[in-house]
Design a protein around this ligand. Structure first.
Ligand SMILES: [Zn+2]
Length: 223
């Protein structure tokens, strides 16, 4: 039969074990809860601020599915190919991407940019109201859309007007195409120019608000 004196240390050990257990539970369960990666929905305005401070900076940036992985080649983004009449072999390297708005309907622009009757009027891409991308001239060839810059430029015509904000899906389609072209031709962000910058006395397109929105989306894709 054991002397109670021998039980006292055991009781203390038992108490210690119980206390350790409670502490371990607290650390593990509470610790797990606070360290658990939080799914932050950037469309929600009521993100629980108490969780944000434990989420590493990198995890707070939301990367949409389509932004992840490699940049798509320009060809894979094209919905339709129509050949413009006015095109020729390039005489110099590409260093500029020029953004335009059509200042008229998609059908009117498609007709104008592909017609053999309109001398030296074309573009590489035409983006519809729905954000569909039509390739009119392969970017390796010269199209005619900006005075004095054609042989070094890729021209993107977006259906819309310089004084109106183009649709979000047009901004997105344009940005995806631009990011793809920047990657394909190894061009910096500064190579994206508004038609109005290159021909300021005659052109207003695609408008500052459209330019800003597209550049913002391009930067988002490039991050
Ligand atoms: Zn233009």
């Amino acid at each position: 039969m054991r002397n109670t004196r021998y039980w006292n240390p055991c009781t203390r050990v038992g108490s210690l074990l119980a206390l350790t257990g409670v502490l371990a539970y607290g650390v593990l369960v509470e610790g797990w809860r606070f360290n658990k990666p939080q799914v932050i929905n950037n469309t929600s305005s009521d993100v629980n601020a108490t969780y944000l401070h434990v989420v590493p900076q990198e995890e707070q940036r939301i990367v949409p599915q389509e932004e992840q992985g490699r940049i798509a080649a320009p060809e894979t983004l094209v919905d339709e190919v129509v050949q413009a009449a006015d095109q020729r072999a390039r005489t110099r390297a590409i260093d500029t991407i020029v953004l335009h708005t059509t200042e008229g309907s998609f059908a009117g622009a498609l007709n104008h940019l592909t017609s053999p009757d309109a001398p030296e009027v074309s573009a590489h891409y035409l983006i519809s109201e729905e954000g569909r991308i039509v390739q009119l001239v392969h970017p390796s060839r010269t199209a005619f859309h900006v005075r004095g810059w054609n042989d070094r430029a890729i021209g993107i015509e977006i259906t819309g007007h310089a004084h109106q904000r183009i649709a979000a899906h047009q901004i997105d389609a344009t940005a995806q195409l631009v990011v793809s072209l920047l990657s394909q031709y190894n061009l910096p962000l500064a190579s994206i120019r508004a038609h109005s910058e290159l021909d300021p006395t005659r052109r207003r397109d695609p408008g500052q608000q459209n330019m800003d929105a597209i550049l913002e989306q391009v930067r988002r894709y490039q991050r």
